[in-house]
Ligand binder design. Structure first.
Ligand code: 4AZ
Length: 691
């Protein structure tokens, strides 16, 4: 049956239907919107009909400070594609891409996994970008949602900085404190007001705020105690002491006792601090706590005491009379005596005592420091230096001497200590001034290159191999051996006649024509007093005591190619073999341009074929396998061990001086005669000392 409805009624019917639909939508959306003020709708172009190919939309909205912006999607129907490459809705939160959406999602899905994340930070922004590609195989309705601006509840944020209570309001928040606390100017921290000035109070009790309850957090309490001069405070801790401390002993909360002058003491932990004497008429006690913890604090009683002084008056001194607790009443006079090795600073003389009086303020007067005795920098002998530059030179400090050059060594220990009398003393107790260490040349060491070898039938020496060998080219050509940095030893017959002349000797060479030879000028030539001049005097042709000392006019600069040989030891047996060296004649009877050396055996005197001249115990004979010394070698060395076998433990020693031989070197048995140096050690020593 068809009923005709009047036009007026029809209009009101449509209106009612419309209102019902809107109501239904509102009822439907209520759980989604809550009490949020709706700011606006956002939807894709053509929604709900469907969006066209190539359609797009961008949108951005920001919240004012103290607010956030939220977006709630209630519908999503876009073309589905891999990684939303065809059609997509991109959502940016605070300018960062959070979602790229496409396909179809139910309201339930949107509410659970998308919408909870679509909100900005306080004062932040949300933006979306919708883009459809060129084709739509099917019709898609697009998306729809609404956005809203909401207040941010900062108090809900666990990171809000209110130390006690927080109150949120639209667009911001405010901190406030429980009764008994005041809000710090930083507007977040609640503090206890606990400063107290007890000037004039001579006894009483101080305790942490809230005691016996745990003390409040974030407190900074300052208590001032002050009385007249001549008095001080004695602080005694009582009851439980419990101030928050880290496990490593560092204070988290702290109680600090700060006298106007003197030591500051800080306490925390659970050990009851000891009794404290403030040693000041004025003291500030500061109690500081952090933002958390439940510790029970402190309690201390204070009372005034007469001021006193404590010893010592100055470090490194003692007091006379000595009180067992080192405490002295005001007005006491004491004698201050500097400890051993210390003297009064202000005095030039080495005074060690003065009188001092305990003042009303608990301080001694006068206070003259005791300073360690200073031995000063020692005067250094030639060639000697200190192993440390500018060393400390006060009482008990040590210094060490060393030689400036590696070619020298100290003749005795170089370690000295500054004693209480201000003198440097050695380990054996000898004073430096009485027993100054000297640098003496290291003897018997060479720059070893090759070993063995064979003067007459000899082998050429390398530079530095026989660094004690020196040469003079005057007639007769002769050799000598350096035995120190001033002295050389040669045969008397080599320098006979030159005693009153300056000779030039050449060193540091292996080639007699070397222009770079070091020239050593003689200052003195001392021939052995018992030397019988050959062919002269009362015993002609006698080489007994063929030995002479040469002193150079300046210290010879030692180096790798110029170094002395050692003298033999007095008690050592004569060696069995040695090396001879020189620039003398060779096989061809020509004088050698180069320094030659060769190994020789040493024989007992009865094995020597005497060659017609008297043989004495001041000589020995030696020779080798077609090796002999010859003219021009005289005065030169016979040393042992043989070349190549020396070492710091076994330095090269001068056993003999090339002296004479039967006519024609290498004749018959190749034996020559050498002055036995061992027999002249005393003469050498005495002569060198005297000259
Ligand atoms: C000389 O006329 C000389 N063979 C030195 C040594 C020897 C012989 C002669 C030993 O200076």
């Amino acid at each position: 049956m068809k009923v005709k409805v009047p036009k007026q009624e029809r209009t009101s019917y449509v209106l009612t239907l419309l209102i019902m639909i809107v109501c239904c939508v509102i009822v439907l959306l209520l759980p989604v919107c809550g009490s949020v003020p709706l700011t606006g709708w956002l939807q894709s172009p053509g929604h709900p009909r469907g969006y066209d190919p190539d359609s797009s939309l961008t949108w951005k909205e920001c919240a004012p400070t103290g607010h956030k912006i939220t977006l709630t999607l209630i519908h999503l129907d876009l073309e589905e594609s891999f990684e939303c490459a065809d059609d997509s809705l991109k959502v940016f939160v605070d300018n960062e891409l959070h979602f790229t959406l496409c396909g179809r999602k139910s309201m339930k899905e949107l509410q659970s996994s998308i919408n909870p994340f679509l909100h900005s930070s306080s004062g932040g922004c949300l933006s979306v970008s919708f883009l459809a590609d060129y084709s739509n195989p099917e019709r898609h309705t697009g998306f729809r949602g609404f956005y809203a601006i909401q207040d941010v509840d900062e108090c809900e944020d666990p990171d809000n900085e209110c130390t006690q209570l927080c109150n949120n309001y639209i667009g911001g928040y405010r901190c406030f404190c429980r009764p008994g606390y005041i809000l710090d100017p930083d507007k977040h921290t609640c503090q206890v007001s606990c400063n107290e000035d007890r000037t004039g109070s001579t006894e009483g009790v101080l305790m942490s705020p809230g005691r016996p309850e745990p003390y409040p957090e974030n407190s900074l309490c300052s208590y001032t105690l002050a009385v007249e001069e001549g008095l001080q405070f004695e602080l005694t801790f009582t009851g439980v002491f419990d101030v928050e401390m880290k496990e490593n002993g560092q204070c988290i909360d702290s109680l600090t006792i700060k006298p106007l002058s003197g030591d500051v003491k800080t306490f925390c932990g659970r050990d009851l601090p000891p009794l404290v004497l403030t040693r000041s008429q004025h003291v500030e006690i500061i109690f500081r706590t952090d933002h958390k913890g439940a510790n029970r604090g402190f309690s201390l009683s204070y009372k005034v005491k007469e001021m006193n002084c404590v010893g010592p008056v100055t470090p490194t001194s003692s007091l006379i009379p000595q009180h067992s607790n080192s405490e002295y009443r005001t007005g006491s006079r004491v004698k201050v005596r500097c400890d051993k090795g210390h003297v009064l600073q202000s005095k030039d003389s080495a005074e060690v005592e003065y009188e001092s009086t305990c003042q009303k303020n608990g301080k001694w007067s006068p206070v003259i420091p005791c300073e360690p005795v200073d031995c000063g920098n020692p005067e250094l002998p030639e060639l000697v230096e200190l192993s440390e530059k500018d060393p400390p030179t006060t009482y008990l400090k040590q210094i060490r001497f060393k030689c400036k050059s590696q070619y020298y060594q100290l003749d005795k220990t170089g370690n000295f200590t500054c004693n209480a009398d201000g003198n440097w003393v050695s380990e054996s107790g000898q004073q430096l001034t009485e027993d100054l260490p000297k640098c003496e040349p290291v003897c018997g060491m060479n720059s070893e290159v090759s070993s063995g070898g064979r003067v007459f039938g000899g082998k050429r020496a390398e530079l530095g191999q026989i660094p004690w060998q020196i040469l003079h080219k005057l007639n007769p050509r002769g050799g000598a051996s350096l035995i120190s940095d001033y002295w050389a030893l040669t045969a008397a017959h080599v320098v006979d006649g030159y005693e009153n002349e300056n000779m030039n000797w050449l060193g540091g060479i292996i080639d007699a024509r070397d222009k770079n030879a070091v020239i050593m000028e003689t200052e003195k030539i001392i021939i052995h007093p018992n030397y019988m001049r050959v062919g002269k005097g009362n015993d002609p042709n006698n080489f007994d005591n063929d030995i002479a000392l040469i002193k150079m006019s300046a210290r010879v600069t030692l180096g790798p190619n110029i170094r002395p040989v050692c003298l033999p030891n007095k008690k050592d047996e004569l060696v069995a073999e040695g090396t001879i060296s020189g620039f003398g004649r060779m096989e061809e009877k020509r004088i050698s341009r180069y320094l030659l050396h060769g190994l020789v055996e040493i024989y007992s005197l009865d094995e020597c074929d005497q060659g017609g001249l008297p043989v004495t115990h001041n000589m020995f004979c030696a020779g080798g396998d077609h090796i002999d010394s010859c003219q021009g070698d005289s005065g030169g060395p016979l040393f042992s061990p043989v070349l190549g076998h020396g070492s710091p433990d076994k330095p090269y020693r001068l056993a003999g001086i090339v002296s004479w031989g039967p006519a024609g070197c290498g004749n018959k048995s190749f034996k020559g005669y050498y002055t036995k140096v061992q027999n002249y050690l005393d003469w050498i020593k005495e002569t060198m000392e005297k000259n």
